[in-house]
Design a protein around this ligand. Structure first.
Ligand code: FUL
Length: 553
């Protein structure tokens, strides 16, 4: 303990002591995220990610806890994910045709008849809406699979649609890539069809499985396949085999989305998900993919309204559940997940402080699946959600469900386009870009150069002022702040001020900034000089953006 105390007392230096830190706690660096067979085979592709999570202990002092949080850094993968900002969900499957939200697993596959399937239309609509990645429900809780899997007949092959030769995943992935949109997959762990007619919760022991398991007449037989020996139940292996198909036959995947629901099974049954094996397979086959929600890279914000907390932390106390599933140390609905108080409150519950940024999921319509009697949200509602997600250090995951034709409804397509136009008008040209700057610390101009990879560094923890001179008085009603999160999330308190006839006037105050913080002023404020004052930070604040805008709405 003496060693770790020495490491963390006082100011936090971004040095290389994190390995010592891990050793001091005798806790191995998690193999799931840092050492996969792929990494071993291709050392050049293995990022060293020492700061992604740091063990905490019940004997840490409050200062040590905060010092540890200040040392947590995102992985390259998480930085890339955070910059996506606006991502889309597409819930599509048998529910689209039955009207259910959670299918039974006994649906006749022939109900799936998207006779006008047009995934290019999805891609165009998403591109016009400003979306950068889209996640398809390859399998929802009912277990119906949208591609011809070798491991179940409960899929598109058993529908007369396209004579059983349809493949929604192929069409989706091709269309997205053609339109410059990254591909994500939702593969539900809960699987009603496998419970009723397969291996879900069949009580099988966790044993070693070779993945992929070749099926009778498997077209991959005799090919030079990459294989894995992984621990799993029968159902865990079923998931592994399907993930293998999805991740090897449809091009690069950038997000794998798991919720943690159990199927609707009697209380005496349980399927304990093989998270560690699933993660290892994904890390190897799709090294760029963020594993979201029931995964180590991305955290569910805690509601399905698309709303982040006003002060949203990306460094949060976590614990591991089941076979390595990352979980909140505090309740997922807790209003505060990352402040000093939250770190202390979670201290005896948490195993680590971890970079685990929030994703805000919400549907454009009341349901996740398409229902003819439901209407999309308005542009005003979506814009409000955008301010409260992307504007609060989170990524927006907006669901737009395709209809029974297999198209996105016209009304939704129109709203998506207007949503992008509206958000562009909310933050038109940055008035501070390239303006004269001065202040404490070094390189103040880097906060206004428009480059997310350069930053003004405030001098020391807790203090620093950056002033911007716009050359003449300008009216401002939107402000965007950003930390250079490659150096962690540090700011705990900051104030924006404007110089008016009465001197420096406080215009807005924030607790956190993170990757992006957008402030909406109740009315425009006119001033020539503006300043950002950092009042509290864990480590020296690095501000990548101090933008001033006058909306045109
Ligand atoms: C939840 C599911 O139960 C819903 O059906 C939906 O897919 C949502 C995004 O995640 O956990």
């Amino acid at each position: 303990m003496a060693i770790s105390r020495r490491l963390f007392v006082g100011a936090v230096a971004a040095s290389s002591t994190s390995y010592a830190l891990t050793a001091a706690h005798a806790t191995p660096v998690p193999t799931v995220t840092h050492a996969t067979p792929a990494n071993a085979a291709h050392p050049a592709a293995a990022p060293v990610e020492p700061y992604y999570r740091i063990p905490v202990s019940a004997s840490d002092t409050p200062e040590q806890l905060v010092a540890k949080a200040a040392r947590v850094r995102p992985t390259e993968r998480q930085i890339a994910w955070q910059r996506l900002e606006r991502t889309a969900f597409l819930h599509f499957g048998v529910n689209t045709f039955t009207g259910l939200e959670w299918g039974t697993g006994d649906e006749d596959p022939d109900v799936f008849q998207p006779v006008g399937l047009d995934t290019d239309q999805w891609a165009r609509a998403l591109r016009d809406g400003g979306f950068t990645l889209a996640i398809l429900t390859v399998k929802h809780h009912d277990g119906f699979v949208l591609y011809p899997s070798r491991y179940t007949r409960h899929s598109v092959v058993s529908s007369t649609w396209e004579d059983g030769r349809g493949d929604v995943l192929r069409s989706f992935a091709d269309s997205m890539r053609r339109h410059g949109i990254k591909v994500g997959v939702y593969v539900s762990p809960a699987d009603e069809n496998q419970y009723l007619h397969g291996v879900y919760a069949n009580g099988s022991a966790r044993t070693t499985h070779t993945v992929p398991a070749l099926t009778d007449g498997d077209d991959r037989a005799g090919k030079d396949l990459r294989t894995f020996e992984l621990q799993a139940t029968d159902y865990g292996a079923h998931m592994l085999n399907q993930l293998y198909e999805v991740l090897t036959e449809y091009g690069p995947v950038d997000e794998v989305w798991f919720d943690g629901a159990q199927g609707r099974i009697p209380p005496d049954k349980v399927e304990r998900y093989d998270w560690d094996s699933w993660y290892e397979l994904i890390r190897t086959l799709a090294p760029d993919a963020s594993i979201a929600v029931s995964g180590p890279d991305v955290r569910w914000v805690g509601n399905e309204g698309g709303l982040a907390r006003e002060d949203e932390w990306s460094v949060v106390p976590v614990k591991e559940k089941d076979y390595g599933r990352t979980d909140y140390a505090l309740h997922y609905e807790a209003a505060d997940q990352g402040s000093r108080e939250a770190l202390l409150e979670a201290q005896t519950l948490a195993q680590y402080v971890q970079w685990w940024p929030a994703e805000c999921d919400v549907s454009i319509r009341p349901g996740w699946f398409y229902h003819a009697d439901q209407q999309p949200k308005t542009v005003e509602q979506l814009t409000d959600i955008w301010f409260r997600s992307v504007g609060r250090n989170s990524v927006l995951l907006l669901n737009i469900p395709p209809d029974q034709r297999g198209s996105l409804p016209d009304a939704d397509v129109t709203v998506l386009r207007e949503f992008r136009e509206r958000t562009a008008r909310e933050l038109p040209g940055d008035l501070a870009r390239g303006a004269r700057t001065w202040g404490d610390g070094s390189r103040t101009a880097r906060a206004v150069d428009g480059d997310p990879d350069t930053a003004w560094t405030a001098p020391a923890p807790s203090r620093g002022t950056l002033t911007v001179d716009l050359g003449r008085e300008r009216a401002v009603d939107r402000i965007r702040l950003a930390e250079d999160v490659r150096h962690g999330q540090q700011v705990e308190s900051a104030v924006v001020e404007a110089r008016t006839a009465d001197g420096w006037e406080r215009i807005a105050a924030v607790g956190t900034i993170g990757a992006s913080r957008i402030l909406v002023l109740p009315a425009p404020v006119t001033a020539r000089q503006w300043r950002l004052r950092i009042d509290g930070s864990r480590n020296a604040a690095r501000i990548a953006a101090f933008e001033l805008h006058r909306s045109r709405v």
